[in-house]
Design a binder for this molecule. Structure first.
Ligand SMILES: Nc1ncnc2c1ncn2[C@@H]1O[C@H](COP(=O)(O)OP(=O)(O)OP(=O)(O)O)[C@@H](O)[C@H]1O
Length: 212
């Protein structure tokens, strides 16, 4: 099994005065699949964004494959090392067309093939903001599969099946958990969580292992 390990030590993240992530320690082995569950607003998305390097922790350290984010080169490496399925698209104009999103992962052919498998390849020429929630989520999944083909060793996915129909949820859960990467997935989907090796529960910024 491929993948990069993730090590978090004393990670605390804030949004202004709100402490969203509170002193989190977590080790995820290379190739392990971890589901992150928990109540709304408990800090799950903030923690994923911190791993990606999109949110700078107030304290603590996060290493992916033993590497931090001190330099610009480190941060660029982190973005390539971590494929990302966001909960909602980033604001801004790029990428505008669905095909541009697929191509942005670094492996356009593999992303296109994944889009075919997920039934959204015919939507390439459509602007992203005209896709339905489920179509958009499928497009992001296909892009993430392309990122993995391009060499990403970690997949961070934020509620990747939330907008999908029942068949799509099954399909996406199978596709995500079959990838040869370390997976950290925020989900309220029990079927997806049950396919993972570990389930962690987040409450008020703190993480707890769930016994199964
Ligand atoms: N950009 C922001 N500015 C201010 N507060 C924020 C921001 N983003 C998140 N927060 C706050 O940080 C806390 C954690 O939010 P986060 O989105 O990480 O939770 P979550 O567990 O992913 O929630 P959900 O399950 O609803 O998606 C919440 O109290 C939220 O209101």
């Amino acid at each position: 099994m491929g993948g990069l390990d993730i090590r978090m030590r004393g990670v605390t993240c804030g949004h202004g005065r709100v402490v969203a992530v509170d002193d989190v320690h977590l080790e995820v082995a290379a190739g392990e699949r971890v589901a992150l569950t928990g109540t709304n607003g408990s800090g799950k998305s903030t923690l994923l964004r911190a791993v990606l390097g999109l949110h700078r922790p107030a304290s603590g350290s996060i290493l992916v494959g033993g590497r931090g984010t001190a330099s610009a080169a480190d941060r660029g490496w982190r973005r390539r090392a971590c494929a990302w399925v966001p909960q909602k698209p980033a604001a801004g104009r790029f990428p505008l067309l669905a095909g541009e999103l697929l191509d942005s992962g670094g492996a356009p052919d593999e992303a296109a093939e994944a889009a075919r498998g997920l039934g959204v390849d015919a939507l390439r020429r459509q602007p992203l903001d005209t896709l339905s929630g489920g179509q958009l989520q499928r497009m992001y999944l296909a892009r993430a599969i392309g990122c993995v083909a391009a060499g990403a060793g970690v997949l961070l996915a934020d509620e990747p099946t939330a907008a999908l129909d029942f068949a799509g949820q099954e399909e996406a859960a199978a596709a995500l958990t079959a990838l040869p990467v370390t997976l950290v997935v925020v989900t309220h989907d029990r079927a997806l969580a049950s396919r993972c090796d570990r389930v962690l529960d987040m409450a008020a910024g703190r993480l707890r292992e769930v016994e199964r």
